[in-house]
Write a protein of this length. Structure first.
Length: 373
């Protein structure tokens, strides 16, 4: 069972590393304008990862419930991270994207109106930031110190920091959307709304009005395609270009009295991808700072002094003094270390001098009195 558990944990860690790579490439592919074939493969990879992590979370929750340790798993073993980085993503991000692809149209992404299209697309993009919580599961497995306290302490701080960034970004995005604060999405919405109103005011059966559509398209780069009663009146690109570079989340449409107007959502997707990559970089740099700066600092200033004092208490031949940096001499740990250096070690030397290294046998009450002085 132990070897099976270790093997399963290794698979989970590999999957976490891969899903972080997939998350980065997913955003970068949108920003760089990669072909739909590549982005579709990344989309299905994200969908598969979300299913895998959802099953993983439900399995861990089930076994925790069976063993009567649900609370321990959910709170102390960060089961809430497993929850946030699995089911919501499957329901809000990869699931709707795959359903939209299988439907063959953008209707599942908000055919009821332009504002709904933009809000849903934005929600799908921003929800992917939840995947960055997965980095916390790797963090606790990385060992750069033998101190269990340092690992637990630094992992706790990293969890608070990363979770605050992720949940804060999501929360503020929801608040700003609810308040309809000015943003690229609202400006884009207004621009497309004006274009649709102008096109709907035309009689597309007249050649002059068809020419007007071309003029409108020159002013509004978001306009992709105009169809009237099933016939194409205007198209910005050839069909082959649409097939290569457009997926279900890359366009939306409005329909009125037989006129269908398709518009480009790629600029909105690129703006959100740029923001997600920024969050991704900030969190990765934050984790790196915790791992390579704060964790060694904590070990040197807290764990190592305690380790030296513990060995001095337990080993008769170990008389090493704790080095006390001048900058930290007022810290509680180094105040205790000063007592260890100036009180305990001299007493230990005097006690062992007549008995060939016999360990000093002091009662705990005597040690407490000595340290309180």
């Amino acid at each position: 069972m132990s070897r099976t558990k270790e093997f399963f944990e290794s698979i989970v860690i590999v999957a976490i590393i891969l899903v972080l790579i997939q998350t980065f490439l997913d955003g970068f592919a949108v920003l760089a304008g990669w072909s739909w074939d590549v982005r579709r493969a990344l989309m299905f990879a994200g969908f598969a990862f979300d299913i895998f992590f959802t099953v993983e979370f439900l399995s861990r929750l089930y076994f925790a419930f069976v063993n009567r340790r649900t609370g321990i798993y959910f709170w102390y073993e960060r089961g809430w991270v497993d929850l946030l980085a699995s089911i919501p993503l499957l329901l809000l991000s990869s699931g709707p994207a795959v359903l939209a692809y299988w439907s063959g149209s953008a209707t599942l992404l908000g055919a009821a109106g332009i504002l709904n299209v933009l809000k849903v697309v934005k929600a799908i993009r921003i929800a992917r930031i939840l995947r960055l919580l997965r980095v916390l599961k790797i963090f606790t497995r990385i060992r750069n110190t033998d101190s269990t306290m340092a690992q637990r302490h630094v992992a706790k701080i990293a969890t608070v920091a990363v979770t605050t960034i992720v949940i804060g970004v999501l929360g503020l995005t929801i608040v700003f959307s609810a308040l309809n604060t000015p943003s690229m999405e609202t400006r884009y919405q207004e621009q497309i709304g004006e274009t649709i109103s102008r096109v709907n005011g035309l009689d597309l059966s007249r050649p002059d009005d068809r020419q007007t559509v071309d003029e409108i398209a020159e002013l509004d780069e978001a306009l992709l395609l105009v169809q009237s009663n099933g016939q194409t009146v205007y198209s910005r690109f050839e069909t082959a270009y649409y097939d290569r570079f457009f997926g279900p989340t890359d366009f939306g449409f409005a329909e009125r009295e037989g006129v269908r107007i398709f518009f480009d959502l790629r600029p909105v997707n690129q703006e959100q991808a740029r923001a997600n990559l920024l969050y991704f970089g900030i969190i990765i740099l934050l984790i790196a700072a915790f791992l390579f700066y704060y964790s060694p600092h904590f070990a040197l200033t807290v764990s190592d002094p305690l380790h030296v004092m513990r060995r001095g208490m337990n080993e008769k031949g170990y008389n090493l003094e704790v080095k006390i940096p001048s900058l930290y001499r007022d810290d509680e740990v180094y105040r205790l270390a000063k007592l260890h250096n100036e009180v305990y070690l001299p007493l230990k030397d005097r006690s062992g001098s007549g008995t060939e290294g016999e360990i000093l046998d002091l009662k705990m009450d005597d040690i407490r009195d000595m340290l309180n002085e």
